[in-house]
Design a binder for this molecule. Structure first.
Ligand SMILES: *Cc1c(COP(=O)(O)O)cnc(C)c1O
Length: 310
């Protein structure tokens, strides 16, 4: 399939927007809520079965750029379970654009459902070791890639690029009627949080670090904010909480896994332990500790990505 313009491709996807907003059942779940807050989940996981959540928000402008500029080859980066590579591979295959995925891992390591899918979608997978992967934002490494693949357009890990910010800002527009006091999201490469902050929302934007990244994550978000068009930084309107990573990226324990199962059972919303599970766990804890101002409206962004839990 080959699409000649963005609107035509977008229409073909049957995207569900605005994404649904769902109130959390706090009484049924027996969560403590001493400050009587209202909590809503912004169901970006419902946008599309494959390009769900923040990946839709972050990638739309970049996919559009690829189509509008007749780009024939894209390169991007991710791990063996990457939701970003999965979404991107799916779209680029439909758009008829060659995709090379630089994956942190080993050829000999057992494959993952994510890798199986993207290979079926004709993505070329190149494995690199940890040290090479760390070069993914280094200027000379990127220059080398450009020399090897002169026709390729490079999309950063997680799609966290200045072009992603306005896509994420759509979430804030969809929340206008509710006018939340807080918006919470998970943070891994920072594009989602930066996109929420780079708006005129009055809400405090709170990121839950899903990896051990104190300092590092803040600087990633700041760097993206400097590329944005609304300079709210370094105002005190955003922060990242680092107490909920459960030992690091993709680290989990029995308590977290049981929490995810219980959450799904009561709320009817599936969460996984890498992103949305850690986020909801943090929300329960923050509510119980009276973190939010009394009677405030809290929106929790479900960033999707359920494929990674397979
Ligand atoms: C990629 C991803 C994130 C991380 O978002 P960043 O913008 O990279 O901080 C969060 N949740 C899910 C489900 C993801 O797939």
């Amino acid at each position: 399939m080959k699409y000649t313009n963005w609107q035509q491709y977008r229409d073909s996807l049957e995207i569900v927007l605005p994404s649904p907003l769902q109130a959390l059942k706090l009484a049924e779940s027996q969560w403590h809520n001493p400050n009587n807050c209202g909590v809503f989940v912004k169901r970006d996981d419902a946008i599309h079965p494959i390009i769900s959540g923040n990946k839709w928000r972050k990638l739309t402008a970049q996919l559009r750029y690829v189509l509008d500029n007749n780009i024939s080859h894209v390169i991007s980066f991710g791990g063996m379970y990457s939701n970003h590579l999965h979404s991107l591979s799916y779209c680029l295959n439909q758009m008829g654009v060659t995709f090379t995925a630089i994956v942190r891992g080993h050829q000999e390591a057992p494959s993952t459902p994510m890798l199986e899918d993207i290979r079926n979608w004709h993505t070329k997978v190149i494995f690199v070791d940890r040290v090479t992967y760390q070069q993914r934002t280094a200027e000379d490494y990127l220059a080398q890639l450009t020399t090897s693949y002169p026709d390729a357009y490079i999309i950063p890990e997680g799609g966290s690029h200045s072009l992603a910010l306005n896509g994420v800002a759509e979430i804030v527009k969809e929340l206008q009627a509710l006018s939340p006091d807080y918006i919470l999201c998970p943070v891994a490469s920072g594009g989602t949080l930066a996109g929420l902050v780079n708006t005129n929302t009055k809400a405090s934007c709170i990121g839950i670090g899903v990896l051990k990244g104190k300092g590092y994550l803040e600087s990633e978000v700041s760097a993206l904010l400097h590329t944005g068009d609304i300079q709210r930084e370094p105002a005190s309107c955003w922060r990242i909480l680092h107490d909920y990573h459960h030992g690091g990226y993709a680290k989990r324990n029995l308590e977290l896994i049981e929490f995810c199962q219980q959450f799904e059972l009561i709320q009817g919303i599936t969460v996984e332990p890498t992103y949305s599970g850690k986020l909801m766990y943090a929300v329960r804890d923050l509510l119980a500790n009276g973190y939010f101002t009394p009677n405030s409206t809290v929106v929790v962004l479900h960033t999707g990505g359920l494929q990674g839990a397979r």
